[in-house]
Design a protein around this ligand. Sequence first.
Ligand code: G4P
Length: 524
Amino acid sequence: MDKSIQEEIASRRTFAIISHPDAGKTTMTEKLLYFGGAIRDAGTVKGKKTGKFATSDWMEIEKQRGISVTSSVMQFDYDGKRVNILDTPGHEDFSEDTYRTLMAVDAAVMMVDSGKGIEPQTIKLFKVCRMRGIPIFTFMNKMDRQGKEPLELMEELEEVLGIESYAMNWPIGMGKEFLGVYDRFNHRIEQARYDAEERFLELDEEGELKHPHAMTETSYYEQALEDVLLLNEAGNEFDEERVAKGELTPVFFGSALTNFGVQTFLETFLQFAPPPQPRSTKEEEAVSPYSDEFSGFIFKIQANMNPMHRDRIAFVRIVSGAFERGMTVTVPRISKTFKLTQTTQFLADDRETVNEAVAGDIIGLHDTGNYQIGDTVIGGKSSFQFDALPQFTPELFVRVTAKNVMKSKHFHKGILQLVQEGAIQYYRTLHTEEVLLGAVGQLQFEVFEHRMKNEYNVEVRMEHIGSKVARWIENEQNVKESMAGQRAMLVKDRYDNFVFLFENDFAMRWFHDKHPEIQLYSLL
Ligand code: G4P
């Protein structure tokens, strides 16, 4: 491989920010883009109120509800690195897309609202990162507000999430009395309020302020010194290897809104966040990012991003090699080749044509309905497929029909496309062939209904059949239709696999006792 391409690949850092809604993910993203020079003023990117990002009509829903349900990709350069941030939808109801985005990153930044601690959505997203074994960096946000005690927050990380932590810095005071952080990693104090020269204060060998300073008079400083001593003696050691495996999370305290600690965080993060990693394939051999052949996989498909062009965009995470506009790729699943001429890259607030990209980058391919979530694309002669993306066990189900039976063709076309995009999961009943849809969260149904109307011109009727416990079957050949009943619906998924939809956990256990020979399993 060309040396310059190798260097390009080694400079990539691709990550996602995960958080519970309102923890400060958007604010953090803005600040990072600001440092990266991608925007002039922090505070101009996809402001929920300015709606700058709302370029497609299905984003109407997010505008109306003041939430963010789409993910996008942002890129900037910092310190010789090219940073790709994959934004993830923050709303707790819309998590499948987020989960899949996490399959395309090499690291995650977890934002925690220090007033609230670890919240439910953070737990779910964290689990997916944990499963992948990617490094996770924690930012304890909103230190400019009175929040939980820092030691309590560290304890929560370990107890609620079960991950060990290392405090890279430690807050000195909090809320109105937030004076800055004791930076253990860089061995200095970073002040929250300072005149131009005094942002960093030096520490002596004992770890105390080297020169006299008003801060030493405060109880907050004393407390921070005491806590740091405790951490030094009883806390975990910083261990780069364990960080890389996702076993130890480096923790940073700061405030995204007041821009405190963000730059130091970014610099340290970039030092330890991994470059593009190899990816395993169904054929067993993992593909190295430095393999000469271009390859990647589709982790997201989004239709009609721009109402002016009724197009679909397939988001590809490049796994190996370099992409060049106009190249031909193969999709092994369908053994078809495509010439990639219409490609896009996502910048802060614009879509630009991309000519070149390398492993670690994300590109958007114009799609006329050929691609599916999870597809592998290969630029050379090889034929292999990357490991399948996980499917998530839906919990909510609706029975869906077209209000106007004459629209049946559009209805099925719309469903097919939205299912391919991974926007919703498809099931059908046996014999009666009724269409059931499954989702992880209620909002997915609302987006589905909205898009069917706006994009396919079909009004749908959705009848809630409530939450169900969906279980797939290991030994399908043993399944008999007579096993189904009121509390255990038997349906088929889009791949024609049997699925039982149990009324609740109790019904599932009852079934299990009655039919111990049937081996049930759930997806993620
Ligand atoms: P999200 O993307 O994770 O959902 O969170 P977002 O950045 O939108 O932040 C949620 C709210 O928290 C916003 O206030 C934001 O200004 C505030 N916030 C973010 N970081 C900090 C911080 O470090 N300190 C403090 N005090 N607040 C912070 P909002 O009033 O809901 O929205 P807005 O009116 O500011 O847009």
